[in-house]
Design a protein around this ligand. Sequence first.
Ligand code: HEM
Ligand SMILES: [Cu+2]
Length: 679
Amino acid sequence: MASTHSPDTLSHPQPGSTHDEPKHTGIWKRPLKPDGLVGWLTTVDHKKIGIAYAVAALFFFLVGGVEALLIRLQLFRPEQELITAETYNTLFTMHGTTMIFLAVMPLSTAFFNYIMPLQIGARDVAFPRLNALGLWTFILGGILLNLSWFFGGAPDMGWFGYAPLTGRQFSPDMATDFWVLSLQVLGIASLVGSFNFITTILNMRAPGLSMMRLPLFTWMTLITSFLIILAFPAITIALVELMFDRHFGTMFFDVLGGGKPILWQHLFWVFGHPEVYILILPAMGIISEVLPVFSRKPLFGYPLVVFSGAVIGFLGFAVWSHHMFTTGLGVVATSAFAFLTMLISIPTGVKIFNWIGTMWGGRITFTTPMLFAVGFIWMFMLGGFTGIMHSSPPVDAQQQDTYFVVAHFHYVLIGGSIFALFSGMYYWFPKVTGRMMSETWGKLVFYTMFAGFNLAFFPMHILGMTGMPRRTHTYQTELGLNGPNLWSTIGAFMLGFGVLMFVAQVIYSLKKGQKSGRDPWDARTLEWVTDNPPKFYNFAYTPIVHARDQFFESKHGKPERRMEKLAPDDHGIHMPDQSWWPLILSIGLFIAAFGMVVLGQPREAFPLIGGMLPEGDFSIWEFTVPGLALTLFAAFGWAYEGPGGFHVHPPASEIQDDEMGTVLRTAPTRPEPNGHSGH
Ligand code: HEM
Ligand SMILES: [Cu+2]
């Protein structure tokens, strides 16, 4: 029986006749309605999850941006007192933490979710419910961090939380606990997402899509996911130890008890340096998709770009102590880490040369995504150059903790990651919505952001060289820092204005953007084979791949390299069922984490209902234990519910004219094609 589908809705299963027998969760009926609030809260569709990730990440990006603008407002003129030193500390801490964990990482994950399964010809990720768990733990982790504003103030010890500043002695209030526990919850989100993406990429590729035919973005998704599962355990351990120091009297980081503050720095940066590659590799993946499309050439040196990505990921674990040159590691260690850090510039340079090689001699069109991609190359290079400067220990000793470093990492994080993510948003917007963004407005956004960004951050190099320290809420009039600070603030507001224009353009284009039709860019990779937006089951058939850049080959290549497709057999397409459990499990974790934050705090200090509670301190029984019980309960519910699933039988017409330049192969009796789970 056919499931009908209108192309201008997002992914909507049409349950009913095509469904298998009634769903039972063991406790309540499994949700079936794909749309509405319940549809979103229980969704397991990688496309909807991707959209939710993007919306939440963009929201947090705006929050982090407002924090940044407040910082710049305070630094606009010398000796201002708009913002107190204490508030300033919370602003840069929350700004850094928010941008890294709640904006850039989840925005990359939004692309992993939406684009990667389509690029490999799959119908969803390997573990759809686990995917939903990642989404909800991310959102609730972000909320937990920001709840700190309402419970006596946000954390104020900097995004890398150095000991002993984070100990009870120097940070007695709950702010640090909010930071510790929310990062733990966010870590779970990143980990489950990564296991899922790795399994998906390794196991669910379409027939013929070998590893060396994978689109670069999918490759970078894979490498980033490996970095996450290898790097996050280090910070998890560090945070657990810090939690124990703060709550249970251990002394991991307390010198008086024989602990070592430097241990924190090692654990943190063993995570922290790979983390910067976690922020940049997805961006490199996006760029490697956009440049070939708008140069009308295959990616130059594909194997080298893949390999250098892997080498960057690998070396990323061997350089953490370059953040600790000034701690006195000793000559040997310092030299070794300096050498290894310089080494990383080689695979990075390889990538840059290959991107330039891709454009070389190409038929280039400067669309908005292409402008952001080219802007990325320039600004990422500038950030890279200052990075190489820091790799020299004596130079680093001068630059550490000055605005030179702030300039450096914003060149790689904004000029790099953010610009690439914008490139990706412009490029894949038609894929996700079926509508185009206007080129005129897009270019205006690009030039505003580009000019604003450079105006904001280039002067920081000069400020740093002049000696302006970072994390300081003001500066004296006669230090000679006034001019660059003034320009920097103006630039920051210009950048913010560019971002606002982008948000307005997205909202406008969702409703009024021109219909994109199929394949608006003459693209190269498999995700563009499907409708815009894709049907909820992605592909009506299983694609059979014969070449790298298969879609482009199908359209323009030799006939024998065209894609083939396999019509579904009578078994139909197997799709996963929605579920409440991921959301419930995340809420359990959230409550438990919140309980650890308020542990030992007086009940009367609790906002709103504090006065109504009996006197005394919070123990683990109020929130932590009930929260963990709920988590456990949800895990059982999840397990007993089983994967479920239903079958879709797309009409023959959908299979027939679903895409261009492909050859239909009907092989009715074939084992389950890739991308299906059993029953
Ligand atoms: C609207 C654009 C942005 C502006 C105007 C801005 C501005 C600033 C400034 C002035 C500081 C230094 C504060 C100080 O040391 O006193 C800072 C710190 C920082 N920013 Fe940004 N920023 C922006 C976007 C971003 C983005 C997109 C990221 C990350 C992806 C980011 C990550 C950080 C980090 C990690 C710190 C260090 C925080 C700390 O010292 O603990 N920023 N930002
Ligand atoms: Cu590093």
